[in-house]
Design a binder for this molecule. Sequence first.
Ligand code: AMP
Ligand code: ZN
Length: 470
Amino acid sequence: MKFEIYDTLSRRLQPVEPANGKELGFYCCGPTVYSSAHIGNFRTFVVQDVFRRVAELSGVRVKHVRNITNVDDKTIRVSMEQGKSLGEFTSFWTEKFHRDCEALNLLIPTVEPGAVEHIAEQISMIETLMEKGIAYQAKDGSVFFRIEAFPEYGRLSGVKDRELTTETTAQADDEYGRDSMADFALWKAGKPEDGDNVWESPWGPGRPGWHLECSAMSIKYLGPSFDVHSGGIDLAFPHHENEIAQSEACTGQSFSRLWFHVVHLMVDGKKMSKSLGNMYTLADLQEKGFHPEEVRYGLIAGHYRKHLNFTLGALEAHRSNLQRLARLSDLVNARANFTPPSYRELTKSSREEGELGRFYPAFVALLDNLNVPKALGELFRVAGDIEKHPDTVTQEDALGLAVVIEALGIKLPTLEAADIPEEIKALAETRLQARADKNWAESDRLRDELTQRGWAIKDVAGGYEVEPLS
Ligand code: AMP
Ligand code: ZN
């Protein structure tokens, strides 16, 4: 079975394979570093991480490029308000972002380019568009992309069907926006309030438009045509639509083959917003006593093409799911005498049916448009079988479990005494009584039963200690 994903452009499932037969070019729109990323942003980044893991574990090499938006209207405005240089300000928030990514067990992208370090590439694209007569300079010095010059505009989001009216453009307008009705800015002329944050260009001092950053960086690192472009669904229009227009008009080649969009996260059924007080960062959740691995689990548990309703109650349930998986993994590895290989080791070969034992269906669910809820369902179904019949564990099961856990990027918690299942405690207690009764045969039988279930029991003064076999 091959990995397939829903493509927003063709509106159907498409195989995830590199067009060049070697390496999948995967571009993700990265964070704007002017504050902490919130868990909505992280839903998108974590789902993109699962996408990359599933591709790599199914034998596809991935070149993952995720940019840092370290120059735009917001970064300039907030850094100026705080009296900091743009560089100092964005480095601070970039480091914070990296720490959150690490806590959430995100793989580090192959390349992580910053927009401010790629201004020359952006200027060069505008020059080409000017030469072709597709871009024009407005009175204030800003340069715009003439949408009329690109008849295919709107194919990705279908916005053409709704017409680029004042209504749609106003709705979609953002701080990076457009100054005329539909045309969008490629270069923004510097204003006095920008301070030192202007760069020289053939059109005078200013800065590049936000949309152009991603075109310039994706083309630089992945070439004019690449495999997959991704972001939250809000980016499909106007950001990605504009990226397609300016890139294809500039290079004359088709831009990304597939478009992979993640639907938004809601909190308690509502859109996340500062004014509703329901906007969480990872740090906010950690302060409430949740662990990053529980947050990650919560961010992937729903299907990425549906709104995810994030609640604190659900996070609590994820803690016990993770503990159950940790116990399962200990039990399976002990039974199969298996040491799980590192992620890198696991990506060295593709996966065939049979190789992943009873966990193959869970992996297949991931290959089928990243169906994480189904994969988790399969995982716990098999967990139930194994918990009942631990003696049935095979080497293939152990590899399968390791692959599925790595595909989801789950970091298993270390088990504490409190995590010992009730039935194990009950067996240990019965054995303690048998020993008190000097019923050695029964005591030995109970020790065997505990071993069968993946637990070691040690007699210590006044009682016993149990721990998972490893
Ligand atoms: P930004 O830092 O605003 O450029 O956003 C970074 C990424 O987060 C983009 O791919 C956005 O589409 C995505 N994003 C923003 N809000 C949400 C949300 N509530 N749920 C999921 N993704 C989001
Ligand atoms: Zn982008």
